[in-house]
Design a protein around this ligand. Structure first.
Ligand code: SAH
Ligand code: SF4
Length: 372
């Protein structure tokens, strides 16, 4: 949060709440804190509080996210929410309901400054960092939206590079773990490969899952797809991944967006196996989703399967990501915070209409969903 920004609901700490409730009976602090974090209530819904206090808290603890629009795909199993933040930036959150679990894909920045060429978020650049409260609130809202199902998994695969907003992201992880009650093994941080951030993460007290967006396993190709590779080349990245795995015991995964003729050749599989196998890493193959700024197509399904089999033959486990949300630009790399249909229209299909005018004020963004 920049100093000029007013803290929003989930930006406050427990000691801020203690100060805010000065003069109230002491048990109010627990009541409100649990109401916010465990029950996900708005202050107005906290019927165990006196009415005047509810109204006061509603004013003092303003929400950080205002719903601009919501769209559904996959017969309602995938829900993309477009939120306006204070100052007007927009971000997206994607809720994915699978048969056996519910996962939310959250944003850590409005836009992204990393410039990966195939990613809609990267194509637009960084608008601003999210605060801890704005990150946590995405989860709280998604958990309520998922009811009666139980939200189980959180992935930082929406808009933005989480390790480029490290302090806010880590404070959000701690809040989600300590106060919202989500286990660290159900939280996945996905990074483009910021080595200092990976090393910092390895020293934290909570062992979250780490996903690294690799996409190429030789420096020349990776430099051209993922510009940050010039700063943190593959040898350094692989060493940081190894140390992460050793420090935390968590399984690593590599993301690989499959781009026809670019990174789907047998030589690419061999190079990928050369990095993934010694690290015992799992590979997630994501058929490239179309974005306005990148003309090359995704690898066709048969090619994706062949690549997966080739990896298996080289001793590397890979899964092909279930490509949720492509019809509503909610799939990996497609999040661009464009204006979609208003919430009242959610589910009509109108929300998915790419012909709707884009919001010129919106930063592009790419969240990804997925996740198996
Ligand atoms: N910045 C982080 C997390 C957000 S991006 C990162 O890059 O890991 C989430 C995932 O979507 C990343 O693996 C990213 O490389 C991938 N992605 C981006 N654009 C994509 C596209 N057009 N098609 C498929 N996957 C894409
Ligand atoms: Fe940023 Fe990730 Fe997109 Fe790269 S893939 S531009 S790091 S959001």
């Amino acid at each position: 949060m920049t100093p000029s920004q007013t803290p929003v609901r989930y930006d406050i700490s427990r000691s801020d709440l203690v100060a805010l409730l000065d003069g109230e009976p002491r048990y109010r602090v627990d009541q409100v804190w649990e109401g916010l974090h465990q029950r996900g209530l708005d202050p107005a819904e906290m019927t165990d509080l006196p009415k005047a206090l509810r109204a006061q808290l509603e004013d003092l603890l303003a929400p950080g996210l205002a719903l601009v629009a919501e769209s559904e795909s996959d017969a309602g199993a995938t829900v993309k929410s477009l939120w306006a933040l204070s100052g007007g930036s927009r971000v997206e959150t994607v809720l994915m309901r699978y048969r056996d679990r519910v996962t939310v894909c959250i944003s850590s920045q409005a836009g992204c400054g990393m410039g990966c060429v195939f990613c809609a978020t990267g194509q637009a650049g960084l608008t601003r960092q999210l605060t801890t409260g704005e990150i946590v609130e995405q989860v709280i809202r998604a958990r309520r939206r998922a009811e009666p199902r139980r939200l189980g998994n959180i992935v930082f695969m929406g808009m933005g590079e989480p390790l480029a907003n490290y302090a806010a992201v880590w404070a959000a992880v701690e809040r989600l773990h300590d106060d919202v009650g989500i286990s660290a093994r159900r939280i996945t941080v996905s990074t483009v490969g910021l080595v200092p951030g990976i090393r910092r993460l390895a020293a934290e007290r909570l062992p979250v899952n780490l996903a690294v967006s690799l996409h190429a396993a030789n420096d020349e190709l990776r430099d051209s797809l993922v510009p940050v590779n010039r700063r943190y080349p593959l040898a350094e990245l692989a060493a940081a991944c190894r140390d992460y795995h050793e420090a935390t015991g968590r399984r690593l995964s590599f993301e690989w967006a499959m781009i026809a003729g670019v990174n789907d050749r047998p030589s690419d599989a061999a190079e990928l196996a050369g990095i993934a196998k010694p690290l015992h890493a799992h590979v997630n193959l994501i058929p490239l989703n179309p974005t306005p700024g990148y003309a090359t197509s995704g690898t066709p399904a048969a090619g994706v399967r062949a690549f997966q089999e080739r990896l298996a033959g080289l001793g590397v486990n890979a899964t092909v990501r279930d490509n949720r949300g492509t019809g509503i630009d909610a799939a990996c790399g497609q999040l661009a915070a464009r204006s979609i249909a208003p919430p009242a229209d959610a589910g009509t299909g109108a929300a998915a209409d790419p012909a709707l005018p884009a919001d010129p004020a919106a930063g592009r963004r790419s969240a990804d969903l997925l996740l198996r």
